[in-house]
Write a protein that binds this ligand. Structure first.
Ligand SMILES: CC(C)(COP(=O)(O)OP(=O)(O)OC[C@H]1O[C@@H](n2cnc3c(N)ncnc32)[C@H](O)[C@@H]1OP(=O)(O)O)[C@@H](O)C(=O)NCCC(=O)NCCS
Length: 166
């Protein structure tokens, strides 16, 4: 049976993480961005989800970066490889990473999401995130607005339930 392994990102994951990024966003992070997060940014919590199927090599199928600034967890990026979406991988990785952020002292979380990105907004609402503002023209290439969403407080019991689904 296939198994999902959630773990911290390593330098060995960078090629696959960049592939996920390129296939997930109209404006992907540049190739060296994840390297920078892993090696230079003390505030960054970088995790991946690895799909492990018997008889096959494990494959990194999702990534997340959260910046922890004092008591705030800022979700900088989250993406799942397109062919692996809809299997609760994004939800479980987000729940696991937020649990780590909470352990590191974060009591609340925030993020920006494209106004047109219904799938991600629905995921975040499931966690209890609420829209608290709009950042006009936040995405420079398309001039699209971002919704600013926050989760206050981060509740460990709720994360545990979300982590178990799927
Ligand atoms: C958003 C994203 C991370 C979701 O990952 P995923 O693994 O496919 O999502 P999950 O299977 O964990 O879904 C969990 C919940 O999210 C919501 N959701 C996810 N995909 C959805 C979709 N296509 N349509 C509607 N709701 C969706 C649902 O509420 C779902 O739970 P439910 O089925 O019980 O209602 C993924 O679609 C993705 O990588 N998108 C491109 C990158 C991106 O937009 N990242 C977010 C940037 S802010």
């Amino acid at each position: 049976m296939a198994h999902l392994h959630l773990r911290p990102m390593t330098l060995a994951d960078l090629d696959q993480v960049n592939t996920i990024e390129q296939t997930s966003f109209p404006t992907p992070w540049p190739e060296n961005a994840f390297y920078h997060e892993l090696t230079q940014n003390q505030a960054a919590l970088c995790w991946v989800a690895e799909w492990d199927e018997p008889g096959q090599s494990p494959i990194v199928v999702a990534d997340i970066v959260i910046w922890i600034i004092l008591d705030e967890a800022h979700i900088a990026t989250l993406a799942v490889l397109p062919e692996y979406r809809g299997r609760f991988i994004g939800q479980r990785l987000l729940a696991r990473a937020l649990r780590e952020a909470s352990k590191a002292g974060a009591t609340q979380a925030l993020l920006e999401v494209r106004v047109t990105n219904q799938a991600a907004q629905k995921l975040y609402r499931k966690f209890g995130f609420e829209v608290v503002g709009i950042r006009p023209g936040y995405y420079q290439n398309t001039q699209e607005d971002a919704l600013l969403m926050t989760l206050k407080p981060i509740v460990a019991d709720k994360l545990a339930l979300l982590l178990e689904q799927g």
